[in-house]
Design a protein around this ligand. Sequence first.
Ligand SMILES: N[C@@H](CCC(=O)N[C@@H](CS)C(=O)NCC(=O)O)C(=O)O
Length: 215
Amino acid sequence: MKLYQADLSPFASRVRIQIYAKQLDVTFADPPGGLSSDEYKKINPTGRVPALEVDGTVIPESTVIFEYLEDRFPEPSLRPAGVLDRARARLLARCADLYVLPPLQALFGQRDPATRDAKVVEEKLGEVRLAYDLVEGFLVPGPYAVGAKLSIADCTLFPISFFATRLLPLLGDKDPLAERPKLSAWWGAVLEHEAVARVNGEIEKALQEFLAPGN
Ligand SMILES: N[C@@H](CCC(=O)N[C@@H](CS)C(=O)NCC(=O)O)C(=O)O
């Protein structure tokens, strides 16, 4: 199997955590011609990463890839044991995608003080705070997001929260995890997981390269 991906992508990062946690034999590739290029769209019509190539078939969309890998390689399982906990894990992942990530992406576009729009920053910071209040409320006693095992909730929330913890202080706001007790405890625990720690290092390195002068 081959995963078209980018280390900085929160969508690709959730799948890398899963691949490392399950110790799957997957090679990683940059999208040929770049994201959204005609060349890459011939392989993956969405032009986005991640996309998983399996025996000549390409599966786009991180959540679809995640579920495919769970179905095909059930052990070790990243699905909580009970059906209610599975719903809780999917709910947290969905909250992260639907409510935390969009305002964060808008804020990422505001990182340069020279072109920053204070009104947009204030509005989007408010949306991020509300979204993390939701997540804090839905977190289940850990150490992971839903109980004692890594799940789609951790894999989705971790890379998104990496950006939140970096970006909000840059914009003069508080780290949104530090001021929420359940999220703060979760962050400390999830970073101890080997697969998460590995992806943490990969995103950090990719971010430094992205932010390097002249890039
Ligand atoms: N819903 C998609 C989103 C993937 C996505 O937007 N990835 C970004 C990188 S973080 C991308 O490939 N963007 C390319 C573009 O917008 O041209 C998923 O979950 O995989």
